[in-house]
Design a protein around this ligand. Structure first.
Ligand code: PGA
Length: 323
C-alpha cells in the first residue's frame, strides 16, 4: 500500500463533502483528476472506498476506516508543523530576564548552554536587589524573573529550580568555627553584618530570627554580598548569606561556614513569571530549558512532592507553578 499524502487529502475532501464534484471544486482540480486519484487510491488499498447510494456518494467500511486514519495523520502532521514553526521562531528573538543580586553567582553559568543553543536569541539580564526586581515584576517588564522570595501580592506562576541554602559566615579563624554545633542564640548575639533594606537575603534572615523569637545583634548594614564577605573576612562580624555567594571554598575568601543549629535556612530559587503574560517561541523554549534543569534540584523535587501530597495546584508558596 503506497497512498500519497495528496491522494489522502483528496480522499478526505470527497468523504467530507460526499461528492467528487464538490471536492474537485474545493481543491481546484478537474473532476476527472479526482476520479483518477480515488481509483488509484482504492487500487492501492485493495478495497472499494466509496459506493453510490442513488445520487449520493457514501463510504464503505474500508472508506470509513481510511477516513479515520487520514484525519489522525493530518492532526499529527499539523502538530509537527507547529513544532517546526516554533523551533524556527525560537531561533530569533528577545529574552528579557531579571535576577536578584545574589543570583548573579550562578545565573551566567545557567544561561550559557541556552545561549549556545539559541545564538540568534538576544538575552538581556537585569541584576538588582529584591525590591527593585519586585518593582520590575509589578510593571511586567521582563519575560522571567529569578528570585528566592516571590511576592505574595502579585499573581505569579513559579517554578522552583535550585536549592538556595542560606548559611552563617564567620572569619576563617573565628573561635566559633571550632564548635561543631553553635546555638542559634550565640549567632544572634554575635555582631552581624546585614544587607541593605529591600534585599531578599536580609528579609529571609529577619524572618528566620523572628520565627525563633530572637533579636539579632545587627552591627552594620552593607549594600552588597561582596562587601559583606570582605567585611566578615576583615573581622567586622558574622553574616547570613546564600551559600552561592561563597561556593564550596569559603576559606579562599578568608571565610568559614559555621555549624549553627537550625541552619542552613532552606530556601529555593524560583523562575517567576506574571500570570497571563504573552508567550513567544523564545519564552516557551526557555521555560522548557529551565524545566529540564529543575529535575536536578532536590528542593524542587521536594516542592513538587508537596504539591502532589495536598492534591492541589498550590505550591508551598500558594501559587500555581509555571505550567
Ligand atoms: P537579594 O536576593 O538579597 O540580592 O535581594 C535575594 C532574593 O531576593 O532572592
Amino acid at each position: 500500500m503506497r497512498p500519497s499524502l495528496h491522494q489522502l487529502r483528496v480522499f478526505e475532501a470527497v468523504a467530507r463533502l460526499r461528492s467528487f464534484t464538490a471536492a474537485a471544486q474545493e481543491l481546484h482540480l478537474a473532476q476527472p483528476t479526482v476520479s483518477v486519484q480515488m481509483r488509484e487510491l482504492a487500487g492501492n488499498i485493495g478495497l472499494p472506498l466509496f459506493e453510490q447510494q442513488g445520487r449520493r456518494t457514501a463510504l464503505t467500511a474500508a472508506g470509513e476506516a481510511l477516513l479515520e486514519a487520514a484525519r489522525s495523520m493530518f492532526d499529527t502532521w499539523a502538530a509537527f508543523e507547529m513544532t517546526v514553526g516554533e523551533l524556527k521562531g525560537a531561533r530569533r528573538g528577545k529574552l528579557r530576564l531579571a535576577a536578584v543580586t545574589t543570583a548573579e553567582y550562578f545565573v551566567p553559568a545557567l544561561l550559557a548552554p541556552f545561549a549556545r543553543a539559541y545564538p540568534g536569541v538576544d538575552v538581556s539580564l537585569a541584576v538588582e536587589n529584591r525590591d527593585a526586581v519586585v518593582e520590575r515584576l509589578r510593571q511586567d517588564a521582563d519575560d522571567f524573573t529569578i528570585m528566592m522570595m516571590p511576592p505574595v501580592e502579585l499573581r505569579l506562576a513559579v517554578l522552583p529550580f535550585l536549592d538556595n541554602p542560606l548559611v552563617a559566615l564567620a572569619p576563617r579563624d573565628h573561635p566559633l568555627t571550632r564548635r561543631r554545633r553553635v546555638p542559634l542564640q550565640t549567632l544572634a548575639a554575635e555582631p552581624l553584618l546585614v544587607r541593605e533594606k529591600g534585599s531578599g537575603t536580609r528579609m529571609a534572615s529577619e524572618q528566620f530570627f523572628a520565627e525563633h523569637r530572637l533579636l539579632p545583634n545587627v552591627r552594620m548594614e552593607l549594600g552588597s554580598n561582596e562587601a559583606i564577605k570582605h567585611a566578615v573576612a576583615a573581622g567586622l562580624g558574622c553574616a547570613i548569606l546564600s551559600q552561592h555567594t561563597v561556593g564550596r571554598t569559603p576559606e579562599r575568601d578568608g571565610l568559614a561556614v559555621l555549624g549553627v543549629e537550625h541552619m542552613p535556612i532552606r530556601r529555593s530559587w524560583y523562575l517567576v513569571r506574571r500570570e497571563g503574560r504573552a508567550e513567544t517561541p523564545v519564552t516557551r523554549a526557555f521555560l522548557a530549558y529551565m524545566k529540564a534543569r529543575q529535575d536536578d534540584a532536590p528542593a524542587a523535587r521536594e516542592t513538587k512532592r508537596l504539591d502532589r501530597a495536598d492534591g492541589s495546584s498550590q505550591s508551598v508558596r500558594r501559587r500555581s507553578h509555571v505550567a
